[in-house]
Design a protein around this ligand. Structure first.
Ligand code: 13P
Ligand code: SF4
Length: 332
């Protein structure tokens, strides 16, 4: 018994500098439960020549504790394309791991939980895209990265919430199919001359935010800065002070340093930014993505220990899907 307490004490001591970064959002008791896994993961990363790419929605012990790079979908894709690491662990949902594999096929890409999906990716199939093309001949297909590789393979180019308008306008077309998120598409349509045709997909987290949420919280907190992800419905975006990708929201907080802010996006983002910006208080409704939350320190450690679950994409799909993602990366 004393032996395991001793190990725990050692792990807590050895991770004290990391705990400093998250002490405003994780209690010492909670950290005692994380420290051993954090140490194991840091060791395994060295042994495997591995890196961890963590999306902004990861919990703080992952985001601040073990990640080598954090960011939005676009930043993770760019880093995956460039890394020399032998193993890439994607702490995010499945489409993010698939995108990493497309961009760096010679590396081993691991997902800690292959069941970490996405309601947008599940809303559309490759066959649906082929049918849309037939219905709108000549209109290029712009596909949000929150899709399967099979759907990307049917597309002309991909986009993320960080570059969608630029990608749509880069094509020089008067009409574009932008799928699968109807809200993201409507939000872009409101800000461009290009006619946008869309699909009936939505994010199960962001579609729940309402303009009433904003009014209610603004009434309670004078001077509240409201930031909404581009996947939120149009009425929400219209009343927000800033709209963009998760990385765009983080940058906005860093630049404007508001006293109080409400992020209309996945809950962990607020905690991750709060740990870095103690001068800002975060308020608002707590919405959690059940898919992102499947990724834990425990299954990241298991992934590195056992080198599972490897993500692969059949070459017939991969070559076409890669082209669509690489075209996006090439647009500056
Ligand atoms: P970002 O690319 O803005 O990080 O968005 C990804 C996502 O899944 C949002 O729900
Ligand atoms: Fe998909 Fe929404 Fe979860 Fe992002 S928050 S991974 S869009 S279900």
């Amino acid at each position: 018994m004393e032996g395991s307490f001793g190990l725990l004490r050692e792990a807590v001591q050895a991770t004290a500098a990391i705990y400093e970064r998250v002490k405003s959002v994780i209690t010492p008791e909670e950290w005692a439960g994380f420290a051993g896994d954090v140490l194991d993961i840091l060791r395994l990363k060295r042994e495997r020549n591995a890196i961890i790419l963590a999306h902004n929605y990861m919990t703080p012990e992952i985001f601040h504790g073990v990640a080598d790079l954090t960011g939005d979908s676009l930043a993770l894709a760019r880093e995956a394309a460039q890394t020399n690491a032998s193993v890439i662990v994607v702490a995010g949902v499945h489409f993010m791991a698939e995108t990493a594999k497309l961009l760096n096929p010679s590396r081993m890409v691991l997902t800690p939980d292959p069941a970490a999906g996405c309601s947008l990716a599940d809303s559309i199939t490759a066959e649906d895209v082929r049918a849309l093309r037939q219905k709108h001949p000549g209109a290029p297909v712009v596909t949000y990265v929150n899709t399967s590789a099979a759907v990307k393979a049917e597309s002309d180019i991909c986009c993320t919430s960080g570059n969608v308008r630029k990608i749509v306008e880069s094509l020089g077309a008067s009409e574009v199919i932008l799928l699968p998120d109807k809200y993201l598409a409507q939000n872009v349509a409101a800000r461009t001359e290009v006619k946008i045709i869309t699909w009936d997909g939505s994010c199960e987290v962001h579609e729940l935010f309402t303009p009433e949420d904003i009014r209610l919280w603004r009434a309670k907190h004078k001077g509240l800065a409201v930031l909404a992800h581009l996947e939120c419905p149009g009425g929400v975006v219209a009343e927000a002070d800033f709209t963009g990708s998760t990385a765009g929201m983080i940058d906005w907080i860093g630049t404007h340093k508001p006293e109080k802010a409400m992020l209309l996006t996945e809950h962990s983002m607020s905690e991750n930014i709060a740990a870095q910006h103690p001068g800002t208080t975060f308020v608002g409704p707590c919405r959690v993505c059940p898919h992102m939350k499947r990724i834990t320190l425990k299954n990241i450690r298991e992934a590195l220990e056992t080198l599972t679950h490897e993500v692969t994409v059949a070459e017939a799909i991969a070559s076409r899907a890669r082209q669509a993602v690489e075209r996006m990366i090439a647009v500056r």
